[in-house]
Each structure stands twice: as structure tokens, then as C-alpha cells.
Design a protein around this ligand. Sequence first.
Ligand SMILES: NC(=O)c1ccc[n+]([C@@H]2O[C@H](COP(=O)([O-])OP(=O)(O)OC[C@H]3O[C@@H](n4cnc5c(N)ncnc54)[C@H](OP(=O)(O)O)[C@@H]3O)[C@@H](O)[C@H]2O)c1
Length: 435
Amino acid sequence: MKKKSIKIAMVGLGTVGSGVWKILSQQRQLLEQRIGAPIEIKWVAVRSLRKKRNFALPKSCLITQTDLIFNDPEVQIVAELMGGVSEAKKIVLKALKKGKHVVTANKALIAECGSELFHAARQAKRDLCFEASVGGGIPVLRALREGLAGNHLHSIYGIINGTCNFILTEMLHKQMDFHQALKKAQELGFAEADPSFDIQGVDAAQKLAILIAMAYGVEIPANKIHTEGIEPISLLDMQNAQRFGYQIKLLAIAKSVRGQVQARVQPTMIAQDSMLAAVQGENNAVLFDGDFVGQTLLYGKGAGSEPTASAVVGDIVEIARNIQVGVSEAVAPLGVSVESLKAAKIQPIDLLKSEYYLRFQVIDRPGVLAKITQILSQYKISISSVYQHGHQSGEEVSVVVLTHEVLEKNLQQAINKINRLSFVRAATTIIRVEA
Ligand SMILES: NC(=O)c1ccc[n+]([C@@H]2O[C@H](COP(=O)([O-])OP(=O)(O)OC[C@H]3O[C@@H](n4cnc5c(N)ncnc54)[C@H](OP(=O)(O)O)[C@@H]3O)[C@@H](O)[C@H]2O)c1
């Protein structure tokens, strides 16, 4: 007897949507075997019916009216793959209200409106899955929510923006400056025409907010995460990092510190021989440190049509399996009940203790280094290494200082004072070092 198919509708057929279409079409048999029933795409909503698609799909399923989806009792799963926040939110809420399970790849939506959507899913007794929202094709969230459920997490370190990692890798290996590397990323399709969200760290902060919510059962608005982008990083900083045995990566960092959450997205110096330093190009990786499991690294493609679609299809399979056995909400979206979510207590950045790389742009003349070190010591900042690029009396030179562990507040006060000195030619570059 032919098994009844599970019908899904997609909203969006762009980069991710077309990958989902491809997997669901090409892996029909495999998925049927794994789910116990075939998956059938009944509707695909798009913005424009006239747009040329570079693969064949039946005209009858292509629509622009999402109401057709909501009002179709046969549709059990809706995949929101259109992006943006306000329209996408309406679609997800309406789908849940109409009794559909929802899959989304939309990190901005989950980071900004997650709590409201999780409540709506709970009320509707429907599943809401969002694996593709963090780490693209890498099953980071499922690993965190299920595989690591028996651990308190000391820390999470993520390279979760492929655009930034590609740019930093190119700068290092091809000796390019930031703007040359960004241009190359755009030419190769690893950066958007407007790359602001990526290079300013906003995209990584949204993903970190989702990881923190799941890891620590707390809500944290992405805009409350201390966020620094990679634009101020120069080729000289990359070379200096190498000289001291480090590499610079844009890291999303979360730590549990005495009841508070430390959360930051920042260019960071990490040891050249560390696992995360080996993550090159557009790849992503997340390193979890759990109290029982120890360090666990997940690595792979963090974006792109097929890897991201792989994560979306993983979610579709999970929901379809639940439908097959007649359960929903087998696992809460964040792994903890939405009612138990509390606002995160965020550790103020001033209280961070870290080692630092400092690059001073100064006029080379006697007494300059002595003045800088005097101010640093006034703020209890002790130095582990000093390096000066060239000696050209009266010319601008770079003086690089590595510090021992110091309090962020002290460091910022010292740097403010140093930046006002007459021989300082540009704002001092500050990069935290994660030992
Ligand atoms: N691209 C990635 O590598 C990646 C990775 C992880 C997560 N994501 C997330 O996945 C989501 C989709 O990204 P994408 O790169 O696939 O976007 P995209 O290529 O821009 O595609 C968006 C799709 O949504 C459709 N659409 C837009 N507004 C619509 C509306 N009001 N009603 C119906 N359809 C509408 C568009 O229709 P037309 O085709 O007619 O224009 C298009 O097919 C985003 O949330 C993104 O953050 C993307």
C-alpha cells in the first residue's frame, strides 16, 4: 500500500530554498526510507512568478499568495526561507496559528523574535526548528540541544561568519589589506554587495544570541552583545600576530562566569596551533567546552545553498518523523521550556579580564616608549612583550605591546590617556588575546 505523503510548503526559493528543493527532489527515496513516508512539496511561495529559475519545477506549485498555504489543510510543514524579520515573523506566526509545523533558516528572526515565536509554537503545540540559523550546514544546534544536554558549558567559541573568516584568511595568506580581501570575497560570492552586517559582527552576534539562549536557557538581545567588526584589522596586525605565534579570527565568545554570561563578538588573537586557527576560508566552526565532555569541535560549511539546505532538510526530517509517530514538541526549541527562559545577566565588558595586543602609531623619538609604559603601569597593566617596527627618528612607526591579563576597564582608561598624547598619530589598535 502506498504510504501517505507528508506535504510541505516553502516560502522562498532563493539560495537556500533552491537547495532545499534540490535535496528533497534528489533524495526522495533516501528520505522516504528514513522517515517512513514520502515528502511532497505542495506549494512554493516566491515574490515574483516571472523570475527565471535555473531548474525545472511544476508551474502549478509556484505561488505568490501565502494564504493558499495557510488555508490548505494538507500542508503540515512550512519552511520559511525568505529572510528579513517583519514579513517572515508574520508568516511563521500565521503558519503556527493554522496548525503547521515550521522550519526556518532565519537567524535575524530567531535572534530578534525567538521568545515570541517559541511561545506561539508552544500554544499551537507545533514544532519550530531553526538548525540552519547558526553554522549553516553544521548541525551545531542539534548537537548543543541534544548531544551535549548533560553538560554545563564553560565556554563557546565560534567562527560563525564565513565572510569574515574568508577575508581574514585571504589577508593572511595573500598578504592583502582588508579592502582587497573584501572585494575578492564579493567577487567569489562569499560577501554580499552590502557586507555591513557581516563585517561589523552583527550577523555573528545574532547567531551567538541563539547559541547562548540554548546553552544557558537565557534570553539575550543580540544588540546587548559587545560587538566589534573586522574592518579595523590591518595586514600589519595579521603579520604581528604571526610574529607572536597567533592568528586573528572573528570569534563569537560566550562564557558562564559566576552566574553571569560573558558574551562578545570581536577580532581575537588565538594560538596559531589551536584548532580554531586551522579553520580557513569561508568555513565555520564552533568549539564547546562542557564540564563532562570537555572540548568538542564542530566544523564545516557555514553557509551556501546546499550546506544550508542540508540543515533545513534535517529539520524537516525531524518534524516528519514526529508526525509519523504522532508527537510534537518532543524537544522544546531551545531544549528548555520557553516558560523557564530568563533574561540573561550579562557581565559588563568593563569587568572582562584578558590579555591584549596593542598597536600604537607614534612618532619615533626618545622617551615615547617610556611614556607609554609609564601610563600602562599607572593603570596596573603589565607588559609581556614589546616590538617596534623600524627606527626612523621623527617618522611614524608602530610600537606593539602584548600585555599580561588585565582588567578591560583599566586598559580602556590607559589607552584613552595614551591616545591623547601629542606623539600618537592614530587611535591605538586593541585586540584581545584568548590564551
Ligand atoms: N544564503 C545562505 O547561505 C544562508 C545561510 C544560512 C541562513 N540563511 C538564511 O536563509 C534565509 C533565506 O536566505 P537566501 O540567501 O536563500 O535568500 P534569497 O536568496 O534572497 O531568497 C529569498 C527568497 O524569498 C522569496 N521572497 C522574498 N520575499 C517574499 C515574500 N514576501 N513572499 C514570498 N516569497 C518571498 C524570494 O522570491 P523571488 O525568488 O521571487 O525573489 C526568494 O526566492 C535568510 O533568512 C538567511 O538569513 C541563508
